[in-house]
Write a protein that binds this ligand. Structure first.
Ligand code: BGC
Length: 711
């Protein structure tokens, strides 16, 4: 008899349900603390997993209770949100997505996994692969942006990084793809709100990242809090049982979101905890995170015939199988495993700096204000984010310590000791206190260049942080306008977990850099860009609206029968532009790139072929730079109206000043597959337009036509 069969044969019903129950630790100033009688629940086998316990001592202590004091000695599964770092904090996911660099995404996940595992954690609730097209939704900060291919590549890379070759490895943790599915399509951008989508949009846009995650071998999936067309995902048998486990072939563990099983009652689909537990379990949710519904409701649900014992046991098997895959039965104390691959603290800071540099997006650049003059200068740093260490960590600081973050002021002061750099915040992030404005304006007036550091606080994005207005908070706009009126060379650093609607600022700044929340090395990374030690390479993973009224906004819209024009009866706004302030993919570099010839081969392609697209690029600017080139496709005539552009790939090429080079992107004809009128995957034959260029701005794309025929 194998271990799982043997354990199942010995377990009481309470112990079985215990394996399906995840409890949480709380936090005190010194770290995680176990409240209530969690330790007792572990001892009696009523809790099979815990979240938020980390640190070698704390995890060893509680794991010892499980393996030495509980009747069946089953180790605990210990989970933690390493969403953008663990001890070392990397940029917000939306920032790191801007790097368009799967190797980097994998490397930062690998580093987070090593740190989490050294802290006794073997499961993380990441990656979040929700498509986000509405910046009102605060969780856009945690997402890789608006595009399904980008989210798929991001998720795959993160899963490879977290899980490594084998979950048994010391530096690996089980990854959780979340939130399944369409959580980001919340009504009006309000977190946790209802969603309603066509089957086509679900399958074309929201499910592909989960297909990629399952194919990458993700160990766990977390259903979203929200409902889709009336069915809360936590109870969605069609999507969890049917699509995820059936169609996509997922064999891992489904873990509910925090208290989501109990919330089925509030959603209005279950009358009591027993019904809620039965709905979730039957849909395929194996672990109840924190709602106690499985523990309190499943025995009654069993008595009432709402669930069967084999259904409970099926989930117990999955949980035990994951514990086996993680090697917990052999080495329950994950922190005790030799950690050969753990990067050194210096290497981690270096990686955090690299990730932060690659996440920064240069949105505007007029004249030659950047890089900063090499001669010593008087630099004024103003605005509430200029010297704000703790803010730099962003919405999920993991187990990171904000005291060791580097602020923009600290980073630049270190990089340019020859300059006279002075600080005066002027205003707070959200408050209306005007008392500091005069001093900040004085400082700016006496300086050669001004760094204006504006934005949101770190807690204004992330979970439960939706906004109905996307302007700068507090009185920052008034302050910024007063600073701009001085007419000094002006570099704006914008920190936020989402695009902010600041066209007035974009028009007047000499340079505008999107710095998201860049993590521990924020200040050093920004200094690298400002001083020209590095050239900016980040590109927007989301379309950036001018006004909140434009959202949801994304480049892959379907064409309308009445494209916007000067004619009255066309698809547009009568009070402002329809185009975004910045398109998806936008981002400037210190180089000046010209796109030359584009050639795709074979131009007469067959199903099964591999297309090679070669793009010639010249850097005509005086400085070196790295350009990112996107490959989009368009099928102008199809039985189903298709998106005006669909991203199919991207690549990067670094060129010195005056240099010409070639970038080659490979596109399997298979990638042209789409869902036909009956939602069946098909490749339509005929003419396709390939569009290549620096962003999704149609006017800047070079087009190349190919024909696709039968094999
Ligand atoms: C969030 C999840 C997270 C979980 C555990 C929930 O509130 O929605 O993304 O993994 O908490 O911290």
């Amino acid at each position: 008899m194998n271990r799982i069969d043997r354990l199942l044969a010995e377990m009481t019903l309470e112990e079985k349900i215990g394996q399906l129950s995840m409890l949480a630790a709380g936090f005190s100033v010194t770290g995680p603390v176990l409240g209530g009688d969690t330790t007792g629940d572990v001892r009696t086998g009523r809790a099979g997993s815990l979240l938020n316990v980390y640190g070698p001592e704390a995890t060893r202590r509680i794991q010892r209770v499980a393996v030495e004091e509980s009747r069946l000695a089953i180790p605990l599964l210990l989970g933690f949100d390493a969403v953008h770092g663990h001890r070392t904090v990397f940029p917000l996911p939306i920032g790191e997505a801007a790097a368009f660099d799967p190797d980097l995404w994998e490397e930062t996940a690998r580093a987070s996994a090593a740190q989490a595992a050294a802290d006794g954690v073997k499961l993380t609730f990441a990656p979040m692969i929700d498509i986000a097209r509405d910046p009102r939704w605060g969780r856009i900060a945690e997402s890789p942006g608006e595009d399904p291919l980008l989210a798929s590549l991001f998720g795959e890379a993160k899963i490879r990084g977290f899980q490594g070759e084998d979950l048994h490895e010391a530096g690996s943790v089980a990854a959780t793809a979340k939130h399944f599915v369409a959580y980001g399509a919340a009504n009006a951008g309000r977190d946790y709100a209802s969603t309603d989508l066509s089957e086509r949009t679900l399958r074309e846009t929201y499910l592909p990242p989960f297909v990629a995650a399952v194919d990458a071998g993700v160990a766990a999936v977390m259903p979203a809090f929200s409902d889709l067309a009336g069915v809360p995902l936590t109870a969605d048998e069609r999507l969890i049982g049917g699509w995820l486990r059936g169609e996509a072939g997922f064999e891992g563990v489904v873990i509910s979101d925090y208290n989501a099983v109990a919330e089925l009652v509030v959603h209005g689909v279950a009358a009591d905890p027993a019904e809620a537990a039965a709905l979730a379990l039957r849909a395929g949710v194996d672990i109840d995170m924190m709602s106690h519904c499985y523990r309190d409701g499943l025995p009654e649900a069993l008595d009432r015939g709402l669930v069967s014992l084999p259904e409970i046991e099926r989930s117990v098997r999955r949980v035990l199988a994951l514990k086996e895959r993680l090697g917990l039965f052999e080495t329950p104390h994950a922190a005790d495993r030799p950690q050969p691959g753990t990067p050194s603290p210096d290497a981690l800071r270096e990686l955090a700096r690299e990730a932060a540099v690659r996440s920064i997006v240069l949105l505007e650049h007029r004249g030659d204000v950047l890089p900063l003059d090499a001669r010593p200068q008087r630099i004024a740093m103003v605005g509430p984010l200029a010297d704000a260490r703790a803010e730099m960590l962003g919405c999920w600081s993991g187990a990171g310590d904000s005291a060791s973050a580097v602020s923009f002021f600290e980073g630049l002061a270190l990089a340019r000791p020859d300059c006279d750099i002075r600080l005066s915040p002027g205003v707070g992030i959200r408050d209306g206190d005007e008392s500091g404005i005069a001093a900040a304006l004085d400082l700016c007036a006496g300086s050669d260049v001004v760094l204006l550091c504006l934005g949101e606080s770190r807690d204004m994005s992330g979970e439960a942080a939706s906004r109905s207005d996307l302007d700068l908070p507090g009185i920052q706009r008034r302050f910024a306008e007063a600073v701009l009126a001085l007419g000094k060379p002006m570099i704006v650093l914008l920190s936020a977990g989402r695009p902010l609607c600041v066209p007035w600022l974009a028009e007047r700044a000499d340079a505008l850099l999107m710095t998201w929340f860049l993590g521990h090395e924020a200040g050093n990374a920004v200094a690298d860009i400002l001083t020209g030690r590095r050239s900016p390479t980040g590109r927007l993973p989301v379309s950036w609206p001018r006004t909140v009224g434009q959202v949801p906004l994304f480049y892959a819209e379907r064409p309308t029968g009445r494209p916007a024009s000067a004619e009255h009866y066309t698809s547009k706004y009568i009070d402002g532009p329809t185009a975004p302030l910045y398109p998806f993919g936008h981002g400037l570099t210190y180089g000046r790139f010209r796109l030359g010839a584009v050639v795709a081969e074979p131009a007469d392609a067959r199903e099964g072929d591999m297309l090679t697209v070669t793009i010639e690029l010249t850097n005509e600017g005086p400085l070196a730079g790295e350009e990112t080139v996107f490959l989009f496709v368009r099928k102008p005539v199809s039985r189903v109206s298709r998106a005006r552009l669909e991203m199919k790939g991207f690549g990067k090429l670094a060129l010195a000043s005056g240099e010409t080079g070639r970038l080659t992107l490979v596109l399997p004809v298979e990638a042209l597959r789409f869902l036909d009128a009956a939602l069946r995957p098909a490749i339509e034959h005929g003419a396709y337009e390939l569009l290549v260029g620096p962003s999704a701005d149609r006017a800047r794309l070079v087009s190349y036509w190919i024909e696709v025929g039968a094999a």
